[in-house]
Ligand binder design. Structure first.
Ligand code: ZN
Length: 345
């Protein structure tokens, strides 16, 4: 009965979510550790179904205002198939049928296919749908421009889809040994970090340390630079001042109870205290861990890791629609994604 009543109330706004589509025009196959089946073509069917479902809603407040694509939109296999561009065109065309803006998060598979420079030039760069400091920089003094210039090559931005709500897209591969030019300072620093924790020759294999949290120091993960964390802190400060509620999106999860340890951001322990130092954060959404996960932490932040489309067998589904209210977000999941009511604290 309660569930039914929630459906009767008009939400403030609505958005769609989908993670780890990892499309490739390729037969099904096992993952890196040969433990899980991946359905490379079927994931495109799931995306198509999701877009059709989002599109049919006529009530403007129940119709998604935007789609949040949580990363790994095409699979790394496309690179060896010489099909990166074609696969990307295929998925973007499918999204194009949705007729609402898509906010793209970048994952490891984006970097298997494209360089960071190529991604900025591609349809996966939705930063121009954001707002904030970058535009302000144009008209301000040299000093301020300098202050923010290091964020230019970090794929992070924020936008406000409705009054009192803000979404922040984070770059979880800012510090990583994938996607960074090997001559860059960040690559060198990232290599130092991973080698400090992972003694394996194959850095995609987690270190067999007794502390399982060390398992996150693998090549397919990454983390956030200090400049990105400082930027995030500033954005959250202004959200606090404006009494906004903030949802953060990142490809990599940051709470140990919301995902497998091997899928956590390298410096999850540096970003969490920043979120805790602000009142505004209500939810952290991620992909990357195809099994998904959920945890509400001690400060009331909902950590939602969405199950991946790629490991969803044919005829199954894996996407969600989130209805946002004054006091909560209600996730209506399809297929493998469960329904969830996330109350704001
Ligand atoms: Zn991933």
């Amino acid at each position: 009965m309660k569930e039914h009543m929630e459906d009767e109330v008009t939400p403030l706004f609505t958005f769609g979510v989908i993670a780890d589509i990892q499309y490739a025009d390729k037969d099904n196959g096992y993952n890196f550790h040969h433990t899980r089946m991946r359905y490379y073509r079927n994931s495109l069917q799931i995306l198509g179904h999701a877009c059709r479902c989002w599109d049919v809603e006529e009530d403007p407040r129940r119709r998604p205002a935007f789609i949040l694509q949580l990363g790994d939109v095409i699979d790394g296999y496309n690179r060896e198939l010489g099909a990166s561009e074609r696969a990307l065109r295929t998925v973007l065309q499918e999204f194009g049928d949705c007729a609402v803006p898509v906010h793209h998060v970048w994952g490891n598979h984006e970097f298997y296919n494209f360089s960071r420079e190529e991604l900025f030039q591609s349809g996966l760069n939705s930063r121009d749908k954001g707002e904030g400091e970058r535009e302000e920089n144009v008209n301000v003094g040299e000093k301020v421009r300098e202050k923010f210039s290091s964020m230019e090559e970090v794929y992070a931005y924020h936008f406000s889809p409705a009054p009192n709500f803000r979404f922040i897209v984070l770059d979880a591969y800012d510090m990583s040994i994938i996607g960074r030019n090997q001559r860059s300072e960040k690559y060198k620093q990232s290599m130092t970090i991973i080698l400090e924790h992972n003694p394996n020759e194959e850095l995609n294999m987690p270190p067999s340390n007794i502390d399982a949290l060390e398992g996150r120091y693998v090549k397919f993960n990454g983390g956030f630079s200090q400049e990105q964390l400082d930027w995030l802190d500033r954005v959250l400060n202004s959200a606090d001042e404006n009494k906004e509620k903030v949802v953060i999106a990142s490809h990599i999860p940051i709470h140990p109870f919301s995902a497998d340890y091997v899928c956590l951001a390298w410096n999850y322990d540096k970003i969490l205290p920043i979120l805790y130092s602000h009142k505004c954060v209500v939810c952290f959404m991620a992909g990357h861990d195809h099994d998904g996960g959920y945890f509400k932490d001690e400060s009331g932040i909902h950590h939602l890791t969405l199950k991946g489309a790629i490991e969803t067998p044919p005829l199954g589904d894996a996407f969600g629609t989130v209805f946002v209210y004054e006091d909560k977000m209600v996730l209506r999941g399809r297929g493998r994604i469960s329904d969830r009511v996330m109350m704001f604290q």
